[in-house]
Design a protein around this ligand. Structure first.
Ligand code: ATP
Ligand code: MG
Length: 434
């Protein structure tokens, strides 16, 4: 993408209303535009990151056998009246009416719809397990939307739902999903702590929240320190039983008197909730009358669970976990472009020719590049590149290019090396296709 063609409205200063660093940087980096309280337009750079995160979430869901669907965002109130949540959900639910005066609502979550689909289409135990998910917009009329997309009213969520024969099978699904979560957060470059949690309005008896450790987190978190190593390992292998055996809890559950971990090994931190998984048994299957045929002319009520990931909140959480005083530092897995190419002198023919060649070669190799081809001062271009946090920066200036040399900078480490155009291209191709 050429910067002269790219809609990237960066700002020198953060607007005053932004209180936390991720909100400030998302506004300054031209990722979002506030539409009204808690509702945002995702501009091109923000959209690219959001979709990269969603793609990783999707891959890991698919890997454990979850199947993607798209459920309605506007739902019939009748169904929610059946489960009792139309009244119980309270003021966070956005209620609507159509032209015939029928009650509708904008979905805050989708247990009712999934259960309804199941009672329409599943017949017997042979149809189970059933594991589905969607990545879709939700609306909750939060009393105090704040911190940008961290606590919005409209937000993007992955919500998965499991339906199983019995409690034991449901626990297996729960563990499989937990595996997917561990892999997902590892790939996003995050340290996520799975903490025992209160089940809240969704109900049920087994629940974990996944929290990213960050000073600005809204929850307090207690966990055994060695959990960090396991959560950030770089391999595919996930031992859920091991993870479940290590203490971690939010303040709603934690009790100093009964905590099994010694003071030296216990970490107390603040955390951002980026995921929440629940096993809630037969709560919704019973309420909506989902019964299936068992073996030998019996019938039974399936056991269910639901599993959320805050995809839009993750954009902010990653920034909270990965930035410096100059701007964002994107993990490569979610970066909006892998490389930023900076032409230090747009009026110099040799610089332009080299940049065009580099740009073409990298793009043809399938590597995403933002090419700053503007007629701007080098300082302005560098400041913008640091701000938007692309993992690699290639700068092409008149002095170096005389000898065929360019500079390659790693945004995270700050390391800069000078090398030939060809060597740089080979290094990048090897790096991204290793
Ligand atoms: P919170 O305690 O932060 O209000 P929640 O427990 O109500 O969240 P869940 O119902 O567990 O949220 O939803 C699943 C995930 O969706 C959460 O873990 C979080 O990452 C995300 N999420 C929930 N509410 C919001 C919101 N208002 N804005 C952005 N993301 C949200
Ligand atoms: Mg929650």
């Amino acid at each position: 993408m050429r910067r002269t063609r790219y809609f990237l409205p960066t700002l020198k200063e953060a607007p005053r209303e932004a209180q936390i660093v991720s909100h400030q940087l998302m506004l300054r980096a031209g990722m979002i535009d506030q539409h009204c309280a808690g509702i945002y337009t995702w501009l091109p750079l923000g959209t690219a990151v959001l979709q990269n995160i969603a793609a990783i979430v999707r891959e890991e869901q698919n890997k454990v056998g979850a199947q993607e669907m798209i459920m309605p965002t506007v739902q019939s109130a009748d169904l929610w009246k059946e489960s009792g949540r139309y009244e119980a959900y309270g003021e966070e639910m956005l209620r609507l009416q159509d032209r015939h005066g029928r009650d509708l609502l904008y979905t805050p979550t989708a247990e009712e719809v999934v259960t309804d689909i199941a009672r329409n289409h599943l017949k017997s135990y042979r149809d189970l397990p059933n594991l589905t998910y969607q990545i879709n917009w939700k609306f909750r009329d939060e009393i105090r939307p704040r911190f940008g997309v961290m606590r919005g009213r409209e937000f993007y969520m992955k919500d998965a739902y499991s339906i199983d024969i019995n409690q034991e099978e449901a626990r297996n699904s729960y563990k499989e999903m937990m595996k997917a979560y561990v892999r997902t957060f590892r790939r996003l470059g995050l340290t996520a702590v799975p903490a025992k949690a209160d089940t809240g309005p969704i109900g049920g008896d087994l629940s974990h929240e996944f929290l990213i450790v960050a000073k600005t987190g809204e929850s307090e978190l207690f966990y055994e320190e060695r959990l960090e190593d396991i959560m950030t390992r770089s391999d595919e292998h996930v031992d859920v039983d091991e993870i479940l055996s290590i203490y971690a809890a939010t303040d709603e559950i934690h009790d100093e008197a009964t905590c099994p971990v010694s003071k030296e090994n216990l970490k107390v931190a603040r955390g951002i909730e980026v995921g929440h998984i629940f096993y809630f048994g037969t709560k919704y299957s019973e309420a909506l009358g989902l019964t299936l045929a068992g073996p030998d002319n019996t019938t039974f009520t399936p056991h269910m669970g639901s599993y959320g990931i805050g995809v839009s909140r993750l954009v902010a959480a990653i920034i909270e976990a990965s930035h410096d005083e100059k701007g964002i530092i994107w993990p490569e897995s979610v970066a909006p472009f892998k490389i930023g190419l900076v032409n230090l002198r747009a009026s110099d023919d040799a610089c332009v020719a080299a940049c065009e060649e580099i740009y073409k070669t990298l793009i043809n190799s399938g590597i995403t590049v933002l090419y700053d081809d503007r007629d701007e001062r080098a300082g302005v271009k560098f400041a913008d590149m640091e701000l938007i946090g692309l993992p690699w920066q290639v700068s092409v200036g008149p002095r170096g290019i005389k000898n065929g040399l360019v500079e390659l900078k790693n945004r995270k480490t700050g390391d800069v090396i000078e090398l030939s155009c060809e060597a740089m291209v080979i290094k990048m191709i090897e790096h991204f296709y290793k």
